[in-house]
Design a protein around this ligand. Structure first.
Ligand SMILES: O=C(O)CCCC[C@@H]1SC[C@@H]2NC(=O)N[C@@H]21
Length: 202
């Protein structure tokens, strides 16, 4: 795709590179495998989803998740445990996968709202609302429908994800703020940060 076409769609070559890097990060976080606790696994990949939204912003963050899901759909084994193919989209964890897209989007919205640089509390709020609540909002009803476990029981069962997801949200804050200090240009959505604004985040 040439520069003129990507610019016309609002994405330049550096955006595409960022999206590809975060898609790769999400995929790499699947390599350690999953902890199987029932129909839906505990996976580190949600850390990548949270980071994509916080660093790339809503649209680009969601796009990086869509890239991963598209590659999974055509059969690449990029989900934890080396899973891929269309079957994962009709499995009990399918709703969570769709939730990743909206979760990354919401994190980006919250981190960016009214700000041109990340602050730790916005990243924390974004990670909890987008990276946990929004993803659960999509995931739990689909899990309930496909496992035929009543919604209330599925909600209770999904509490097993919370400790790990809260740790991932905390890691998202630490990594995002460290990246902002070390390499603010990574943040696709921030206006060219001055050293003063970087220092203010220290
Ligand atoms: O690999 C898949 O098929 C999707 C896994 C979805 C896992 C969900 S995302 C939210 C919650 N946190 C986890 O660690 N696991 C579940």
């Amino acid at each position: 795709m040439n520069a003129a076409v990507t610019r016309a769609r609002g994405l330049d070559a550096s955006d595409l590179a960022r999206i590809a890097i975060f898609a790769a990060l999400i995929a790499v976080l699947g390599l350690p495998g999953a902890i199987n606790v029932g129909a839906v696994p505990i996976t580190a990949q949600t850390l990548g989803v949270m980071l994509a939204g916080a660093v790339l912003g809503a649209r680009r963050g969601a796009l990086s998740v869509i890239v991963v899901l598209a590659l999974v759909a055509i059969g690449l084994p990029l989900l934890s445990g080396g899973r891929g193919g269309l079957g994962v989209f009709v499995a009990p964890s399918a709703g969570y996968l769709i939730g990743w897209v909206f979760g990354a989007f919401v994190i980006g919205l919250i981190v960016r709202a009214g700000a041109n640089r990340p602050t730790w509390w916005r990243v924390a709020l974004g990670a909890v609302v987008g990276g946990i609540l929004v993803i659960y909002l999509f995931g739990i009803p689909v899990q309930s429908a496909l496992t035929q476990l009543p919604l209330g029981e599925t909600i209770i069962a999904s509490a097993v994800f919370l400790p790990g997801d809260l740790i991932k949200a905390a890691l998202t804050v630490v990594i995002t703020m460290a990246l902002w200090r070390a390499y603010p240009r990574a943040f696709a959505w921030s206006t060219s940060p001055t050293q003063a604004s970087v220092n203010a985040a220290r």
